[in-house]
Design a protein around this ligand. Structure first.
Ligand code: MN
Length: 252
């Protein structure tokens, strides 16, 4: 088993070390991670400049650090290490629940692997944003998810969120409650207006979702798929479009 480990918090993150160490129990491990912080980069890839790669070591795992995004790192990691069986991303310092999945570099790193045909999982430690991260209680669950991936080849992309002291594990769906994004205005020392993008915390998550699991102290495991088609509305939207003449094809 060849496991590539990546993240979006950068090559120095203690979460990367924790995940690479845990992965070591399942096979040979290499790392490919950004030089520095790349959180909230989503699935960006670098196309306007060349990428540079330098050797790196994380614990006992060798690998590379890249001056690019998380998705770049996985693309380059898989380029340099062909035949990797599994890509693990994280452990992110902070949650990736509900709509956070759209912005997450951690999830994007895993998704980049799935796009390239390699199965992957993203791991995030809830509440670790402030720098104090203790991975000990989560590690048995990280190992459990890796075993799950090894047992079930149908699982292609999985998003895992770990509470600080897990009480158990739950198979969840992504919470899709409206994201309450806010722009906070301030002033810099020179009197110029600046802006912070923030989000109001959501409460009352839908039962059985990733946010719900998090609120109940449970490890959330959500299988993600790559097809973004809105299956529920596809048929009705198509019928309406047809009525409006959108689907009348002239000459091909
Ligand atoms: Mn991050």
């Amino acid at each position: 088993m060849r496991i590539l480990v990546s993240n979006d918090d950068g090559i120095q993150s203690p979460g990367l070390l924790a995940l690479a160490t845990a992965a070591g129990a399942f096979g040979s491990v290499r790392v490919s991670a950004p030089d520095g912080e790349q959180s909230a980069m989503g699935h960006a890839i670098t196309v306007d400049r060349p990428l540079m790669v330098n050797p790196a070591r994380v614990g006992s795992a060798e690998g590379i650090r890249v001056n690019g995004t998380p998705a770049d790192c996985v693309a380059l990691g898989l380029h340099h290490w062909r035949g990797a069986d599994l890509v693990l991303s994280g452990i992110n310092l902070g949650s990736n629940l509900g709509h956070e999945i759209w912005y997450s570099g951690t999830v994007a790193a895993a998704r980049q692997a799935a796009l390239l045909g390699v199965r992957a999982a993203a791991f995030s430690l809830i509440g670790a944003e402030m720098g104090e991260a203790d991975f000990q209680a989560s590690l048995p669950y990280v190992e459990r998810v890796i075993r799950l991936l090894l047992e079930q080849p149908a699982l292609r992309l999985v998003n895992v969120n770990l509470p600080p002291q897990p009480k158990g594990m739950l198979w969840t769906r992504q919470s899709v409650r409206a994201y309450e994004g806010r722009v906070v205005t301030g002033q810099d020392p020179y009197g110029r207006t600046h802006y912070w993008l923030t989000a109001a915390p959501l409460s009352d998550p839908e039962e059985g979702t990733d946010r719900w699991a998090a609120e109940h102290g449970l490890v959330s495991v959500t299988p993600l798929h790559m097809d973004l088609t809105d299956g529920a509305i596809w048929e009705s939207a198509r019928a309406k479009a047809s009525e409006m003449g959108f689907e009348i094809i002239g000459r091909l």
